[in-house]
Design a protein. Structure first.
Length: 334
């Protein structure tokens, strides 16, 4: 998941300290599998372009936050990393993303068919690890059900969005709803950590709500960065019609931008100057205030949920992940 977000260097170090070992193993799990030797070339490419310390770091910290032993989360964290690797691959296929930050994506380099297969293998490996977790049956059932809910929610959100985009009815409200649904990936990681840590029902609920808020914050970061072309992916979004929330919100508050986007639908060419004008029109609205306000609101809720847990090292680290989000977000734009 970390590839999606520009995290503060200190926070990234914290995530590496807590999840780096698992992240390193996850990125080479398929590559080291002798049964997949014929896929060595695309798997090497994937291993070099993907790393996710956020998922294992959050699972470990959530376990420790409710008084559990983070070492017990290793296998579950590895499995969730591999699931998120699947989402990472499939997102690029759905978005028709051939490049990110001037580098080819897996589907851009090896084609959608190969990327689909590797995404499926990553998911299959994840579930093969999950079913072997050395925990009691009740916890295992809870975790597998959470993972199924994660997959079902993301699948339904993607299909609904694609259908509305096809009809040309995908609105600002629809995109915000999709962002909230996609935050289930971070929420699921936090919840699984708390379950493995033997948290009470109330503690698990507080950690889950924290995860949902953090997930929304990170999705809003990504969305604004895409809309202002900081990821160099806005042109592909404009071509496909899969517009970011930021762009959709701005178009509702700017007739100039709305007309420009309408004209782009019938334009046969989309050059850098047109993309730049879309960004200028977007930033001419109050959309930045809207995004910052939403981040501040979710950060406040996340802090409140953590305050209901006993204070320890992990809760302090989790708090630091949301404490400065509005400030970090603005710094990321400089």
């Amino acid at each position: 998941m970390t590839e999606k977000y520009r995290l503060d260097a200190q926070l990234l170090r914290t995530l590496e300290e807590n999840g780096g070992q698992i992240a390193a193993q996850a990125k080479t799990t398929l590559l080291r599998d002798p049964a997949l030797i014929e896929l060595e070339e695309p798997l090497k490419f994937l291993s070099s372009s993907w790393r996710d310390p956020l998922t294992p770091g959050l699972i470990r910290l959530s376990c420790e936050a409710v008084g559990g032993s983070p070492e017990k989360t290793f296998s579950a964290a590895l499995a969730l990393c591999l699931m998120h690797q699947s989402f990472y691959i499939w997102d690029d296929i759905i978005d028709n993303s051939s490049f990110k930050m001037f580098k080819p994506t897996l589907s851009g380099k090896f084609g959608n068919s190969t990327a689909l297969i590797i995404g499926g293998l990553s998911s299959a490996k994840a579930f093969s690890i999950l079913i072997q977790l050395e925990i009691n049956k009740q916890k295992l059932a809870m975790i597998t059900q959470l993972c199924w809910k994660l997959w079902a929610s993301i699948a339904q959100a993607e299909i609904a969005a694609l259908e509305k985009q096809r009809r040309g009815t995908f609105s600002c409200r629809d995109k915000l709803s999709k962002i909230k649904k996609e935050a289930i990936d971070v929420e699921t990681c936090a919840t699984i950590g708390a379950i493995i840590g033997d948290g009470s029902q109330d503690e698990i609920g507080h950690v889950a709500e924290y995860g949902q808020c953090l997930g929304i914050i990170l999705e809003l970061w990504k969305d604004f960065h895409v809309a202002t072309n900081l990821t160099f992916g806005l042109a592909e979004k404009l071509k496909s019609g899969a517009l970011p929330y930021t762009t959709l919100w701005a178009s509702q508050h700017s007739e100039k931008l709305r007309k420009r986007l309408e004209n782009l639908k019938t334009s046969s060419a989309l050059d850098e100057s047109l993309v730049a004008r879309v960004v200028e029109d977007t930033l001419a609205t109050n959309v930045l205030d809207d995004i910052v306000g939403k981040i501040e609101k979710k950060a406040d809720i996340a802090r409140r949920e953590l305050s209901l847990l006993s204070s320890n090292r992990a809760t302090r680290i989790l708090k630091s992940l949301v404490d400065n989000q509005p400030k970090l977000f603005l710094q990321s734009l400089e």
